[in-house]
Structure formats: structure tokens, C-alpha cells
Design a protein. Sequence first.
Lengths: 614, 340
Amino acid sequence: MAKDTKVVAREEVVIRFSGDSGDGMQLTGTLFSDTAALFGNDLTTFPDYPAEIRAPQGSVGGVSGFQVHLGHSEIDTPGDYADVLVAMNPAAIKANAGLVKQGGIIIYDKDNFTDKNLEKAGYVSDPIAEEKLESYNIIAAPISSMVKEALKCYGLDPKSVLRTKNMFALGMVYWLFDRKLKYTEQYFDKKFEKKPEIAEANKVALRAGYYYAETIEALNPVIKIEPAPIAKGNYRNICGNVATAWGFLAAAEKAGLEIFIGSYPITPATGILEEFAARKDLGVKSFQAEDEIAGICSALGASFAGKLAITSTSGPGLALKSEAIGLGVMAELPIVIVDVQRAGPSTGLPTKTEQADLMQALYGRNGECPVVVLAASTPSNCFQFAYEAARIAVEHMTPVLLLTDGYLANGCEPWRIPSMKDLQEIHPPFANRNEIPFLPYKRDCDTLARSWAIPGTPGLEHRIGGLEKTIKGTVSYVPENHEMMVKLRADKVARVAEKIPDLKITGEESGDLLVVGWGGSRGYLITAVRELQSEGYKIGFVNFNYINPLPKNVKEIFGKFRKIVVAELNLGQFAGYLRMNLQEFRYEQINKVQGSPFTTMEIKEACLKILEGE
Amino acid sequence: MADTKTSQRTPKDFKSDQEVRWCPGCGDHAVLSAVQKALSELGIPKEKFAFISGIGCSSRFPYYMDTYGFHGIHGRASAIASGVKIANPELSVWQITGDGDALAIGGNHFIHVIRRNIDINIILFNNEIYGLTKGQYSPTSEKGLVTKTSPYGTIEEPFSTGELVIGAKGKFFARTIDTNVTLSARIYIEAAQHKGTSVIEVLQNCVIFNDGIHNTVADREVRDERTIILEHGKPMLFGKNADKGLMLNGLKLKVVKPGENGVSEKDILIHDAHEPNPGIHYMLANMRYPEYPVALGVIRSVDGSTYEDDLAEQIKTVQKGSKIKRMDDLMLSGSTWKVE
């Protein structure tokens, strides 16, 4: 760093990398996040990319973004507005102009602001003027020509040269935040082990950007964010989908079960199947089925055969799996169905997030068909709740539906790596080999779970299936038997409440307003509540991870607040569910269905309105 | 296979305590007997059998077998059975299905299980009608058939099971008639011993809604003349006195009489079920009366690697070369850092 460079310390900062789908923005953002995490910052990331793999070049629809929020203290959201925007083309300005903080830094590639690109983005003249961004800290860097110059002696074709533009931009950002280039350089050495010229070109572009930023004075002062005070231990960055897959793998190992996943690719859930497919080293049997129905049905077959069975999907796929979930409920087999929610209905907004599958998860089947429903609430706790889902499925012999969402699935954050020995034990209720004749629907008197008799075990031959049965597994049309079995299945799921932790409250223990969230909205809600609490409001927050059954202490907590507001990314599904189950309380709502998470600001404003609306 | 006791079994050992509820005279009863007979002769321990079905009259089958059984949902038996077999390749997995279950609602799963060559034995009861829903046409109903949902006759071209199986890269296809228990049992044994997906089409009579649909070829009085039982390595002769045979005439099959019109025994085709090229098998599977006899027996039986074996092999290879042996290894692999 130059001697006369000023350095200012900041608590937190939000950076948004934005460019054409082909500009490598996801990689740029990921490399920056990894470097920040290694430095010890807490952070949350959010990739925001279009559904089209390659939308028309230079168009606003083809803009791909990656936002990272890093800080010196706990970071729970990718941040509402960016302090720094990196824009590789005019379309990136168009798509993000409204997402930069007043007076923030905008770095853009001025070589890419050609008449043609301006027109594609819908600008007539200068985008900065048209968007009224003149008062911002604008750095118009000639990125394209600088990389051409830096790499002219490396004998690369022009296309490969221009592909390093993102690294030039990243180099600039590293300088701005006083970061080391070492991790990124090592990444390229490893990634392009067999193409050293490409590795070198990227490193040259990275350094060129770093020194360029040092040379121009526009990026003064450098912003310093000290490491966050975090618990001791081993850490790594993890994204929601991988954390989900790993949670199941950990559960399988703990339970001593082999694992089988039957799934069909669907955005944004595919990453789970991909991770399982890569985990042959841990003996995973992953099956890319011919469709969603075959995905769950093959998993049910594997469950019948004694494996930990998983199927992963998103909303449209969950709709297709409904009948088979019913079969799982009737056959009382353990299986976990993961729904990585996306904006619907129908195909909807496949790459955008939403929480509108809750009712489908709870009730979207024929007949009285209860399943356990859980929801993860951060990218890394997808691990914890996948583990919980598997534990409950196996120990209670029931399908469990795990809800995550596009925001969690693609979001990444540092994660303290657990040790397998510290995870809760899982005890599969295998049938006793000596209990002959085996009665398939005989239940444990505590959990009401039936026992699991695995094909291949002598003497335990039995039949299960979708028709109503007696305790013996005999098909029965007797009305009283049907009613009894319907009630038993419902009671079995309800009794899971005995085996789950109490709901925890953040903020005030009692007071004027309780903010209620579930699943992936947690980060924005907790941030808003903390800010309001520090401003002196008597406000508390609970986030539900256990949806069905609900934790046992909900009523007690709800009773301590004058008002309750339920905030969720749908039109009020969880609020409706609470109204049905806890009718004694009145629920206000904060709802949003724009394919994007809440902003902290939105939540704060809505809460203030409720607090002041006496 | 098997390590547990393989004491001699009888068909009775495979009967469950459930009362069989198919209509009196239904072809399913005979299929059940033939399967129980075949299983008793296979020498596989009883606990290793799993019967998986979908929905339809035939799909009640698992309840009548004293083995592991899973009665699924409509059309999905192939997918469930795939999961069972991949999860535990040690099991002998049987799928019981019908023309509606396998070829209409379950068509997608049916072609894909065959393509993957998962070692499952699929018995497809083809009665060319929907029985359990009481008499609607199926994907194998002859064009023009009058049923409750085709009161003026169907206007759909039917599927030919064998053609579909071969089109889906099937490696084992056989056909039998429900009432011919001896032939059926022989085929089931061969199917069980074949590694890979085996499809056995049973021409099965629905006594209530499509009675006698297969009579033109299946009736005792005519079946010798109108069907041909193919056996690997044997000449394709048929008729009560084995006086008729099949030969190639250009690119087509032709029914001939050896000794007549200059045709000799040498001209008669020898059945080669193991030939990988499906050309002749395809023609044999598609033969229809009256132009041809209907082919019975094992029409095609070709070796090939199975999905579950290849998967196990892949896992073994990857595990050998990987440092990641358990979850702790995985979680600590790649980029990690320590906070002191």
C-alpha cells in the first residue's frame, strides 16, 4: 500500500459485483467472499442470476449479480443496499442503480460503454447522468483496454484476454479493502494446473487491477474491516444446497445407514443432487430419475429396502411428488423431501426466492396426510435442519418435508465445522428379528412409530402399501379401522413435538411487538429487530424452524407481547396457519412477493407503523 | 446369491395368509401359481424376494405372496422397484404390473427402467382392458374396440409391448399365456436368472370386461397352430406336428412348410435369443395372427451390464482413490481456516 494512503475503519460493507451472464460475476464474488472469510470477517452472500443461461449479451435481462455483506460483527443478511457496485456494462448500471447507497462507490468498465451497449441497456446518453448518480464516487476504469495492454505479450487470443476483465475489477476491489491476493492466485494455480498460461493471465489481470487502483487517487481512502469476534474452531464457507446435502450425509453416518437420493434436476434445488452425485467417496447412491415422481418413488423403494432416503426438488416438483408423499405417509416409511422454494405458481420465477410453498408442504395431498415440516433459516443451518429432518424421519418412521429456498440454497456464509462426535445420536427403530410373526403396523407406545423390517431379514416378510391396513398389514375397508389409523398417523406426527427444542426468543422477552418469521427470512428480520431494539423499542423476534408440529412453548411466548406481526415472502400463509392453530392471538402481517428477500429497511418501516398505529 | 438357508421350498411356502380376491376364472390366479412354482425352484432364500406393484387388478399380487412386498401407486412400480434394487442388489426384485399401469400412466418409468437395465423381473399382465376401473380401453386395446370410454370404438393405435421393450433398448423380452403354467414358470425362472431388466408379457384373460380377448391364439384347440414357442438354439417350428416353420423371405419373416414348395428343414431359422442385434427379435415380437403365429417363450435374452453393478463399481473405484473416508474428512477438506 502506498505510504500516503488514508485508511478508514468500517463496521460493515456491502459489495455488489454485476455484469453480463458471461462476465464471470459469480466467480468474482465467490473469490472475494472466500478471501474475506479467510481474513476472519463474518459475511453473507447472495448470488442473483437470470434464468436464461446466456440471455442476449448486454441486455438488462442478462445481468448477473453477486452481493456480499461483510463485517466486523455478526452479519445475518447480504445487505439491502451496496456501498460498492462493480458494473461491467451499462445494463449492470440499469439493473442496479437503485440498489447503491447514496454517495456509494460505482466502478465500471468505461470501454464497455459503447453506443451499442448503451442502447441495449436503454440509455440515450451517459448512464451516470441519466440515473442521476453524479454525486456518487464514480470510477470509470478502462478495464477492457487495460487488460489488453497488460496481456499483450502473453500470446492469448483476444477472447481469452477479455475474459480476465473480471479479475482486473476484483484486483481493484481488493486494493480498496486492503486484501491479500494470495488466496485468489492459489485458486488459479490449482484451477488451471494444466493451462498455466490461463492461470498466469488471470493473475496478471488481478495484479494489474490492484496496482491501477493504487495509482488512481479516486479510491482513497482504503476501507478496513477488522475480523469479526467469532467462536473458536475450524471454519469454512458453505452454501445452502451443499450444507443440505452434508446434513443428510452426516445423519446417515450417525445412524449407520447407507444413503440414497432419487431426484430430478430443477432450479434452484439441483445443487443438492449434484453434491450427492459427487459424494461416491462416501458411498452415496445417487439416482437421477426420469422425472420428479420417479425421484421420490425410487427413494421410497430405497427406504423400504432400509436406506436413508432423500428426494430434493422445488415447488413444481413438490406438486408432482404429492401422491407419492401420501404413499410414504400410508406405508409409514422414513423419507425426507427437500423443497428449495422458488417464486411460483407454475414455472413462476425459477431463479428467484419466495416462501409460498408452505401450504403445499403442509396440506398439498389427498386425504388426511400429515407430515413433519421443517424449515432452515440460514445457508449454513441447512446442515442442521437436514440432519434434524433425517433424524425425525428415521426415528418416527414418517416422511419429513424440509423447506429451504433459493436465497438460502445459493447464499453462502462462513460455517463453524461441527465434529461428528458432537452430533445427536440417531436410532433407527429396526424390527426385532425374534418378533415373529412380524406385525408391520405395530407401534412404539412412546412415538407411535412402527418398526422397520428390512427386506433380506429372514422371518420378517411382510407387505405394505397405499391401501388402508390393519396392524397385521392386511388390507381393510372397515370404517372404524380407517378412522383409527387416520388418527394414529396424525398423533404420531403431533408427538414429534416432544422431541424438538423450544422456540427461542431474540430481543426483548416481552413487550410491545413480537416479530414472527419462519425459514429463510430470519436474517433480515433479526437485523431489523436488533436495530429497533437498540433504538429503544420493546420488540422481540422468533423464527420458526419447526413448522409441523409447532414447538410446545409458542403460546407462552406469544402471550407476552401486545402485538404480533408475521413477516413472510408470500401473502400470509404462515399467518393463516397460526390463526388456525393458535386462535387466541391476533396476527398482523408483513408480506412481499417480488422474488427477492425482504430488506431490513422494509421490515423496520413496517414494524414502526404497527408500533405507532395505536 | 444368498448366504442364509436355502432349504428346498414348495410353491405353498410362498402363499400368504391373505384370501385371494380376484374374480373366479381370472387369468391372474394361474399367473400366481406359476410364479409360486418358479420361485420354489429358484433356490433363493424366501426373505430375498421383494414384490413391487402399482395399481390395477394384477397389482394386488404382492399381498398374496409370503415375501417382502410393496403395493405402490398407479404407474410407479418401476420407479419403486428401481429404488429397491439399487439400494440392495442382493434382493430378487419382481415388479407386477398391467397394460394400463406399465404402458399408460407408468410408460415413462417403464421405458427408463429398461434403458438402465436394472435387474428387475417385470411381469406385465396384458388383458388389453382396464379391469379395476371396470372396463375402459387400454393402450394395448385393438383399434376399434368398443368399451365404456370408447362406445363407438377406439380410434387409437395400440402399443405392442415387445416393440416398446426393444425400442427402449430392452435386453430380455418373453411372452407367455396365463393358463400355460409350465411354460410360464420356465420363463420366470429364466427371467430371474437373467442379469438385467426382464420383461415378461402375459397374455391374460379378464373374464369380466374383455373375456376371450386372447382366445384366437390361446384356446387349447388352436394354440399349437397359432402360436410358436421359441427356444434358444432350436429351429422355429410350430404346429401340433411341428410341420410349420419360419424363414426369412427377403427382409421379412414368412410361414412355410418344410418339404413343400422347395423349402427344406435347413431353411428354417434357428432361434438365437442371445443375438444383440434386435432385428429378428423385433419381427418375432411383432408377429400377429392370422399372418403369423404369435411368438411365445423367451424372444430376446442378451447380456449387458446392469445399472446397480456399474454404480457399485463406480463407488468402489472412487472410494479407492479418495482420502475422504467419513464426514469429518469431508467437512475439513478444501479451504478451511482455524479461529483460535
